[in-house]
Design a protein around this ligand. Structure first.
Ligand code: 5RP
Length: 233
């Protein structure tokens, strides 16, 4: 396992300190939170904890099923105790860019239904200002051309259809647009509002005021950053 993979694993496992018997847990998507899901599977089989997971993607559902984690759906649960998920970037206000894996819409719905959200990441994801990572948006398949035209009025860089001529199709049967804002997103709430007002946009990969803690692994160890005044503080 290379060093970055090792850091992902350390963060993913450390975040399970937030997991308690009886919880309903939103299970995120990606190569870091995969280790959280595997650890939850271990806690069920070896420690006998009783939890229910709500997966944020088909990939996570398949992984969780293979680990025999009892699952429910977003439609079946009224609320979740916690969501643990990865992120592509986080800033010092715990605002996030997500959607690198294309699962942003379900990830946001699950996180919004949760009483708290914990992000697992290695220290490469920590930024001063969001936007170096391209901002993903989910759009309707028939609307993407018009959304690109509108976005070009507000995005200083390129806007591209993920997958190009063979577009990437999300679990919701939508497309993803990746927008190169550069590290300019100092007011993510206002940008999110601006983008959401464009017809055809299904969801924006900005997670504003949703994350309560980041479990971050770096070469010097794992640190849990708690948002002051957040739901886990
Ligand atoms: C998927 C996501 C992921 O959580 C994000 O891309 C981080 O993934 P990884 O841990 O593989 O870097 O938002 O839509």
């Amino acid at each position: 396992m290379d060093r970055v993979e090792e850091l992902k694993r350390e963060a993913g496992i450390a975040a399970c300190s937030f997991v308690r018997d009886g919880m309903r847990i939103g299970l995120g998507t990606g190569s870091t939170v995969k280790y959280t899901v595997i650890e939850i599977g271990r806690m069920i089989s070896e420690e006998g904890i009783d939890v229910i997971g709500v997966p944020t993607s088909e990939a996570t559902r398949e992984l969780a099923e293979s680990l025999r984690i009892p699952l429910s759906t977003l439609e079946e649960v009224t609320s979740l105790d916690i969501t643990i998920d990865g992120a592509d970037e986080f800033d010092s206000d715990f605002q996030l860019i997500k959607g690198g894996g294309g699962a942003l819409t379900r990830e946001k719905r699950v996180a919004e239904k949760s009483e708290s959200m914990v992000v697992v990441a290695d220290d490469r994801k920590q930024v001063v200002t969001l936007g170096e990572f391209h901002l993903p948006l989910e759009v309707g398949k028939d609307d993407w051309h018009i959304v690109v035209t509108k976005l070009q009025e507000i995005c200083p860089g390129q806007v591209s259809l993920r997958g190009g001529e063979s577009p990437y199709v999300t679990d919701n049967d939508g497309y993803i647009l990746d927008c190169e804002f550069g590290p300019t997103i100092s007011d993510p709430a206002s940008l999110e509002g601006q983008i959401r007002s464009i017809d055809g946009v299904v969801e924006v990969g900005l997670f504003v005021d949703i994350c309560d803690a980041v479990v971050m692994a770096s070469p010097s160890g794992v640190t849990t950053l708690l948002k002051q005044g957040g739901r886990l503080d």
